[in-house]
Design a binder for this molecule. Structure first.
Ligand code: ATP
Ligand code: MG
Length: 345
């Protein structure tokens, strides 16, 4: 049986957080372990530079942090090729070729990029690289002919663009590229986990509203303590609202004991259940998930050379796969100058 190909990735702009965990990491590990997929994970340093070009050190240092997070949640380099984007040279060439297949108007319609541009306060000075990053992301996804891409909901416009590029290429030249499918988290809340500051924000490294996989127990507790609940729920005896109450949103996503969560919601809505009790429970639930991850992270962090060797080896494998696809892409376009028989008139 031929394996399907899975690809996904993260921007090394900081450590990974609970949004990554439920939006993408859990599915990656599950599918990796199923044996049904050839798996690639890309640490997208060049994409991270498109809005962090003034801080290349932050990006470079985050590559290692993200790699530790991967190993801590159970990505296994024996089963998943983990590569650094800038070490896969074919990606840059594929990006240049794909640029012709996308109009500027099409790029400007991307709702995720639009909201990122607004949030980052670029004003009228958006770097060209930032506007183009969805095209380089199409190269990231197609270099290994990915069938499946486990991502959060914010990435759906990128997947759609990638599908359009693959379709255009295959129609114009020859059928080389694969149109990928997005694989979203199990429920609405996992697909776009809110930040600790409220349900209207996406948990994001850039918004300072994240609980990181590597946060220690005290930091975790302090962050849960800051979390937004129901502003009208002043005394424990008051009836409270669970919709839009971030603490309950997190319990829905992370608590295994759904019966207990249902009872707590009921109690909270009737009045008589204080925020402190609900938050204490959430701390326990998250601590149960994060403690083993934290422990494994510390074990891998004890041997940085091993982590870098793993990244080097994965990047070399991915670079080879990228060369192969690029050769097929060029051949489909007749750009394989030295590899075919020549007609000399
Ligand atoms: P940045 O602010 O630097 O963009 P980020 O926190 O948005 O960082 P990314 O590296 O852009 O993280 O995203 C990596 C993957 O994690 C993507 O598949 C994305 O959809 C998913 N993801 C990120 N944030 C969330 C979230 N809050 N809920 C669900 N999935 C998420
Ligand atoms: Mg992002």
């Amino acid at each position: 049986m031929t394996q399907k190909v899975l690809l996904t990735g993260d921007r090394p702009t900081g450590r990974l957080h609970l949004g990554h965990y439920v939006g993408s990491l859990l599915a990656r590990v599950r599918l990796q372990n199923s044996g049904d997929y050839r798996c690639f994970v890309l640490i997208a340093d060049l994409q991270a530079l498109t809005d962090n070009f003034k801080e290349p050190r932050l990006v470079a240092d985050s590559v290692y942090q993200v790699a530790l997070d991967y190993l801590a949640v159970g990505l296994d380099p024996a089963l998943t090729t983990i590569a650094i984007q800038s070490r896969v040279p074919a990606l840059a060439e594929l990006t240049v070729i794909y640029m012709n297949l996308v109009t500027l108007a099409r790029l400007q319609r991307n709702p995720t990029v639009k909201s990122e541009i607004a949030a980052k306060g670029f004003g009228g000075s958006v770097p060209t690289g930032f506007v183009l990053y969805p095209i380089s992301q199409a190269a990231d996804i197609t270099f290994c002919k990915a069938d499946v891409v486990p991502v959060g909901a914010d990435q759906l416009p990128m997947l759609e663009l990638t599908r359009e590029i693959a379709r255009s290429f295959n129609t114009l030249y020859a059928s080389v590229l694969v149109e990928p499918e997005a694989l979203l988290g199990d429920d609405e809340q996992s697909r776009r986990l809110p930040g600790i500051t409220g349900n209207d924000t996406k948990m994001s490294k850039s918004l300072n509203n994240a609980i990181y996989l590597a946060d220690d127990a005290d930091t975790l507790r302090a962050k849960v303590w800051q979390m937004f609940t129901d502003p009208g729920h002043l005394r424990a005896s008051d009836p409270g609202t669970v919709e839009g109450n971030t603490v309950f949103t997190y319990l829905d996503v992370f608590a295994q004991d759904t019966q207990r969560v249902a009872e707590m919601k009921e109690h909270y809505q009737h009045g008589g259940l204080g925020d402190v009790k609900v938050k204490n429970y959430l701390v326990d639930v998250l601590e149960d998930r994060l403690a083993p991850i934290r422990r494994r992270r510390a074990e891998f962090a004890a041997d940085p050379a091993l982590v870098w060797d793993m990244l080097r080896a994965g990047s070399e494998v991915a670079a080879g796969v990228g060369e192969q696809t690029l050769a097929e892409v060029k051949a489909a376009m007749g750009l394989d100058y030295f590899g075919r028989a020549h007609n000399v008139l």
